[in-house]
Design a protein around this ligand. Structure first.
Ligand SMILES: O=c1ccn([C@@H]2O[C@H](COP(=O)(O)OP(=O)(O)O[C@H]3O[C@H](CO)[C@@H](O)[C@H](O)[C@H]3O)[C@@H](O)[C@H]2O)c(=O)[nH]1
Length: 460
């Protein structure tokens, strides 16, 4: 039932896509908007790929009864992925193929929407639908602003050169320094179309027709990229690119405190995690275990053996080997289940983060002032690692390549962990960047002001 006061509020629907890396920032944005008196409808494509998504969705709606849930039932898909294709990209494709169902769904919402906010991976179908409905459409880009420049320029740069990609050494994006070939996800350099390539080509191009692009970043770390995007130096005629981050985690994300961390000295623990959907080979996991054991540091290691959590069934000693597991127990804790990363990064015992540089992990490390040893695995992660290195938040050993490209040996990993944990200037810089992040989202901060201005536009 609606009350007359509903009509004074902006009513925004949010449409996330697949995977925790995309869903989590949508939760956080929804919570922030609801906290600022915006009426929210959260559209949930179902089913989800991972258990983590469905479990977190339940907890999210339990915690925010004022946020309406609208289920978006996905159709079976007319596409057969190759074995190498990522189940999360495949699911995004399924959402796209069901997108004609969105039009009646959106039209049925009451009060009528002020705007729709869509994940970048759904920009192309969603913007076509909202254009037909004459409804403003904002894209929420869940990675860095720098990555958005590659995403949106791709169709006009290497994406347009079907057969010559072998000759490309670097992508020159107007206004930005060249992006080396080795930083570009390999599927984007293949001649044949694949899901990642198609998704960037189509969505990146269409984003220019949106009403605005929201990015979970802030001026302090990406001032130049944001300025150039907004000055038309990257692409002419883009809608406003608005930095609204770093978004804060919600209370409901907390799971349980980890007693083990309480027993460790301040700043002594290296936290090791590669996000929600990166599986390492068994061989690489064992080398990583060796590296942690040899580093001499305490550590908390979240192991993932399969991309999709539902399939991750093997026991730790089968994966890592019981001998190594015993050695690792001397200094660290190894777990193979979902822990809330924010609980870990905010714990005073944590002094460094060995991370794949998924953008949520980077922004969470920033919010908590934790330095990073970057080990990008796929996708946007080398672009993000470059930001981490440039702002002085962390180090990046570029010779390690992409995940699965090679097996990095334990001795190398140990050396790099020691370097990162011994680097005092990174530690201090991480604390400074944390303060800049707090300022950006605090009263009169750039991200906060930008969000409030947007809400005012929606209300009018
Ligand atoms: O045990 C875990 C594992 C993950 N997380 C959380 O899950 C999210 C993971 O996101 P992210 O760090 O961005 O990594 P991915 O899951 O790999 O995210 C995907 O989506 C990101 C945003 O678009 C991209 O930057 C990444 O490259 C892409 O792989 C973060 O909020 C973490 O805090 C936990 O809380 N506990």
């Amino acid at each position: 039932m609606s009350s007359s006061s509903d009509h004074k509020l902006a009513h925004i629907a949010l449409l996330p896509s697949a995977g925790m890396g995309h869903l989590t920032p949508f939760f956080r944005l929804a919570a922030l908007l609801a906290d600022n008196n915006v009426k929210i409808t959260f559209i949930t494509p179902s089913p989800t790929v991972s258990l983590a998504e469905s479990q977190t969705l339940s907890r999210f709606f339990d915690s925010f009864p004022e946020i309406s849930r609208k289920q978006f039932h996905l159709l079976p898909i007319d596409y057969h992925p190759s074995n190498s294709e990522d189940p999360f990209y495949y699911h995004m494709e399924r959402i796209c193929q069901s997108s004609h169902l969105l039009s009646p769904l959106i039209s049925s919402l009451y009060p009528p929407l002020s705007a729709l906010i869509t994940d970048m991976s759904l920009a192309s179908p969603a913007i076509s639908i909202t254009q037909a409905l004459n409804l403003p459409n904002y894209v929420f880009f869940t990675s860095s602003a720098k990555m958005s420049t590659l995403f949106m320029s791709f169709h006009a740069t290497i994406g347009s050169k079907a057969t010559e990609t072998d000759e490309i050494e670097a992508i020159k994006i107007p206004g930005l320094e060249a992006i080396p070939r080795s930083w570009i996800p390999p599927p984007l350099l293949q001649d044949a179309k694949n899901l990642l390539k198609t998704y960037i080509l189509e969505n990146g191009k269409k984003m220019a027709e949106s009403s605005g692009i929201l990015v979970n970043t802030f001026e302090g770390i990406e001032r130049e990229s944001l300025r150039k995007l907004n000055d038309g130096e990257v692409i002419k005629g883009l809608p406003p690119v608005i930095a609204i981050g770093p978004l804060a985690p919600c209370e409901f994300e907390k799971i349980q405190p980890l007693a083990w961390l309480d027993e460790q000295p301040n700043g002594s623990v290296v936290y090791v995690s590669f996000g929600s959907r990166t599986a390492m080979s068994r061989e690489q996991l064992r080398e990583l275990g060796e590296g942690l054991a040899r580093s001499g540091h305490r550590f908390l290691w979240l192991v993932k053996n399969k991309k999709v959590d539902r399939e991750d069934e093997e026991e730790l000693d089968q994966i890592i080997g019981s001998g190594l597991i015993e050695r690792l127990k001397e200094k660290g804790l190894v777990v193979k289940y979902w822990l809330n990363q924010e609980d870990i990064l905010s714990h005073p015992a944590v002094g460094g983060f060995l991370s794949h540089c998924g953008w949520n992990s980077v922004t969470e490390a920033i919010r908590n002032g934790v330095r990073i040893l970057a080990w990008p695995q796929h996708g946007d992660q080398k672009i993000n690692a470059d930001i981490v290195e440039k702002i002085g938040l962390g180090t990046w050993e570029k010779s390690w390549g992409w995940g699965e490209e090679m097996v990095v040996n334990g001795t190398d990993i140990a050396e790099n962990i020691k370097k990162m944990m011994g680097n005092e200037s990174l530690r201090l810089q991480a604390k400074q960047i944390r303060e800049q992040a707090r300022t950006a989202v605090g009263i009169d901060g750039s991200s906060r002001k930008a969000l409030l201005e947007l809400i005012e536009i929606w209300q009018n």
